[in-house]
Design a protein around this ligand. Structure first.
Ligand code: UD1
Ligand code: UDP
Length: 382
């Protein structure tokens, strides 16, 4: 019997990072893979650098869709993905997260006779102004297999009427990625020396979400608040600037306070190194809230809510919004780096649990039909 084939649709930095462990686990099990890149992210620093560093083969296909309005971008992706899925006829299509690329993959795959699996299913911010929130809801209701990271997220899916036998709690593949690369990052990254930083004596910032940086006042308040908090802490802040934020800084003619040092987007090893040695991380990123929790670094989230409440319950994260006073108060409220909280996102074997659940059996090199236990999975539910 021919080997099973898994297709992956991805298009942005976090999807590459979080799907890398699943692609590698497919390789280990001799499952053939085909990666369809939408081209949503195309700058080298958001794209090819991760394929190279995480030792992934270049995508089989790049649709080169690029930037655009939500409809334009998503529509163009759906057309291209459908064509390539018809040609490849995979056993399973994987999508991850909540971007327009994820949505396009889920829509295209779910209309074909292909099983679609959503990794990181069930996250909800309950903020319908976020394009990602609308994407998540549509994706979760369109796909066949849902892999929420935690028991809480699985419950949110059940509450929306999604049947239990489509849901398996696995943990988040970001834990697989951090565990796989944290040691390598410590040994190969020279970012601390490059930026003349000492561990524990600087803070880190990422801010790129549309609802934050596309609003001039909000972006200005975030920069002001982070600078005020860091000044009290006598720390400089390193800010790797995402291209969306870079465009807005220029368009709004915003000046960045002196204590915030802007740098280009970093590769994964350099960024992990900064995350794990920073005193405190300010962010509006989803993945960064998860990684700081895994790495034991306190996090202050520059949003009004989070779809990762487990990080807050663990004591690893606080949600402060974008008002300067609240940012300063949040930074003071976080305990110094101790990292003694429980890890909510699994044991670093999410990729294995996902492939096990789908019946991709290493020893048989083919796909075995699986008995799907209701809400079973590799990670114990609370
Ligand atoms: C997208 C996701 C967001 C995710 C982020 C990860 C959606 C709706 N948003 O946001 O959930 O957190 O990726 O980083 O899918 N640009 C470049 N080079 C690139 C890509 C983008 O310069 O390689 C610039 C362009 O000016 C573009 C802007 O960034 O218009 C925004 O890019 P886009 O892909 O639309 O959204 P992100 O903000 O990256
Ligand atoms: N990241 C990176 N370099 C950077 C900033 C972030 O490698 O300069 C990684 C980070 O480790 C995490 C992912 O990018 O794994 C998060 O992506 P992003 O914040 O763009 O998207 P989100 O998670 O908010 O969707």
């Amino acid at each position: 019997m021919a080997n099973a084939t898994a297709a992956f649709v991805l298009g942005t930095r976090p999807e590459i990072i979080k799907l890398a462990p699943v692609i590698k686990e497919c390789d280990r099990r001799d499952v053939s893979t085909i990666v369809i890149h939408t081209g949503q992210h195309y700058s080298k620093s958001l794209d090819t650098v991760f394929f190279r560093q995480l030792d992934l083969a270049p995508p089989a296909v790049n649709l080169d869709v690029g930037s655009g309005s939500h409809g334009e971008q998503t529509g163009e992706m759906v057309i291209g993905i459908e064509q390539h899925l018809k040609d490849a006829d995979p056993d399973v299509l994987f999508v991850q997260g909540d971007t327009n690329s994820t949505l396009a993959g889920a829509l295209a795959g779910s209309k074909l006779d292909i099983e679609v699996a959503h990794i990181e299913a069930g996250l909800r911010s309950y903020d319908r102004d976020m394009p990602e929130e609308r994407n998540r809801i549509i994706i979760d209701h369109a796909v066949d297999h849902l892999y929420p990271p935690t028991g809480e997220t699985a419950n949110l899916l059940r509450e929306e009427g999604i049947s239990d036998n489509r849901i398996t709690v696995t943990g988040n593949t970001i834990v697989d990625a951090v565990m796989a690369y944290d040691d390598t990052s410590s040994s190969v990254s020279s970012i601390l020396a490059d930026l003349d930083l000492s561990p524990g004596e600087f803070d880190l910032l990422t801010a790129h979400r549309a609802e934050n940086v596309d609003d001039r006042d909000r972006f200005a308040n975030i920069l002001f608040g982070v600078a005020a908090a860091a000044t009290r802490r006598e720390n400089d802040v390193i800010y790797p600037v995402h291209p969306r934020a870079k465009d807005r800084l220029e368009e709004f003619d915003l000046s960045v306070p002196d204590c915030i040092r802007t740098v280009e987007p970093l590769d994964f090893f350099d960024f992990l190194r900064l995350e794990s040695t920073a005193s405190l991380v300010f962010t509006d990123s989803g993945g960064v809230q998860e990684e700081t929790c895994v790495l034991g670094t306190p996090c202050v989230t520059l949003r009004n809510g989070t779809e990762r409440p487990e990080t807050v319950f663990a004591g690893a994260n606080c949600i402060v919004g974008h008002r300067p006073d609240d940012i300063v108060a949040g930074a003071r409220q976080m305990r110094p780096k101790v990292g003694d909280w429980e890890l909510p996102f699994g044991d670093g074997n999410a990729s294995e649990y996902i492939l096990d659940d789908l019946g991709f059996d290493a020893s048989h090199r083919t796909r075995q039909p699986q008995e799907r236990a209701a809400s079973s999975g590799g990670v114990k539910e609370p």
